[in-house]
Write a protein that binds this ligand. Structure first.
Ligand SMILES: C[S@@+](CC[C@H](N)C(=O)[O-])C[C@H]1O[C@@H](n2cnc3c(N)ncnc32)[C@H](O)[C@@H]1O
Length: 319
């Protein structure tokens, strides 16, 4: 049976843990849980966090988050399509069903306001200071590295080029992994300079300029770790991903339930993990040039460590 496209905007409540401040670079802010599911549980009993939660009510009013999508898709997905399916997708393994045989609407279902952020100040300012931290726990990192070891081309394959988009000082590839060309794109030069796997890097704000500075059909693989939720022009970026991938090339988006919530797009912070899978899947679908996207749940220890989800697709071989 086909899955109806439906993003369940988790009861439209303020859902942000909000445990770190917004808009100005903070000493070394790390990501906080940012899916609607995790936010609710964290807010309970934490006075400080509640206070920030109130601020988010203001945020919602301010941005009118997702109202467009909500009204559009309630009717489209219907109660069965969104409610029972997304609720059941919480179990490990069931996340993987989210992108099976989706009936995508004709038009990209999101509106401009879905891509607004609480903090609309310059991303350059936010990422000005290097953060030599990891944004997911060690188990989630190990799960991702293991996944990479299964899907990346063998190390030192002649002619292979890899792009790590939204990169930092770590790329989480298997230890000793090398290819002729390994490019990092990110926001902070100090971080990129310190990334040991990169053979080159470029600092570029994809929200200002989504055009990738590479020729068509350049890369075999493009990775993006815990950062797809910061893209405010995802379709433009995914079209570019399609353009610069070689035919048959692989794009791997991985994410958890943590984020810099002030910088994540509103449709992300107001939805849950299964919805995130659907949202990223929709980027591939509507950008065009990709095979149907697929989801993998590589969460290493559900409930005890950070979850980890992959949405991937290959550029159509004849594109
Ligand atoms: C949570 S960090 C993840 C970094 C790295 N991928 C990792 O796994 O540790 C988010 C990253 O997204 C990138 N990023 C955020 N906003 C961006 C933008 N507007 N343009 C390009 N990259 C951006 C930054 O470089 C930042 O390092």
């Amino acid at each position: 049976m086909a899955n109806r496209f439906g993003v369940k905007l988790q009861s439209r409540l303020p859902n942000l843990a909000g445990i770190y401040p917004f808009s100005v670079p903070i000493k070394t802010p790390t990501s906080v849980p940012c899916s609607a599911e995790t936010q609710k549980s964290r807010v309970v009993g934490k006075k400080k966090r509640r206070a920030f939660g109130c601020r988010n009510i203001h945020r919602r009013v301010l941005l009118g988050i997702g109202v467009s999508l909500w009204s559009q898709f309630l009717s489209m997905a219907g109660n069965v399509g969104s409610k029972s399916f997304m609720a059941s997708a919480r179990q490990k393994g069931e996340i993987e069903q989210v992108l099976k045989n989706v009936e995508w609407p004709k038009q990209f279902p999101f509106k401009d306001e879905d891509f607004q952020r609480f903090d609309e100040s310059s991303d350059t300012l936010f990422y000005e200071m290097p953060r030599f931290v990891t944004h997911i726990d060690d188990q989630a990192i190990s799960a991702l590295t293991k996944y990479y070891s299964e899907v990346l081309p063998s190390r030192n394959t002649p002619g292979v080029a890899i792009l790590d988009m939204c990169s930092s000082w770590v790329s989480h590839y298997p230890s000793g992994y090398k290819q002729e060309r390994m490019v990092g794109m990110g926001m902070n030069e100090e971080e990129l300079k310190r990334n040991p796997v990169l053979t080159e890097y470029v600092v570029q704000d994809l929200n200002n300029n989504p055009k990738l500075p590479y020729e068509d059909n350049t890369f075999d693989v493009i990775t993006n770790v815990v950062s797809v939720d910061y893209l405010t022009k995802p379709l433009d970026v995914f079209k570019e991903i399609s353009r610069v991938l070689k035919p048959g090339g692989l794009a791997i988006m991985s994410f958890s339930n943590r984020c810099f919530w002030t910088k994540a797009i509103s449709i992300w912070t107001s939805t849950g993990n299964a919805d995130h899978v659907m949202i990223v899947g929709s980027y591939f679908h509507y950008a065009g040039g990709f095979e149907p996207p697929q989801a993998v749940d590589i969460s290493p220890n559900p409930g005890r460590s950070d979850p980890m989800y992959i949405v991937y697709s290959r550029k159509i071989a004849t594109a």
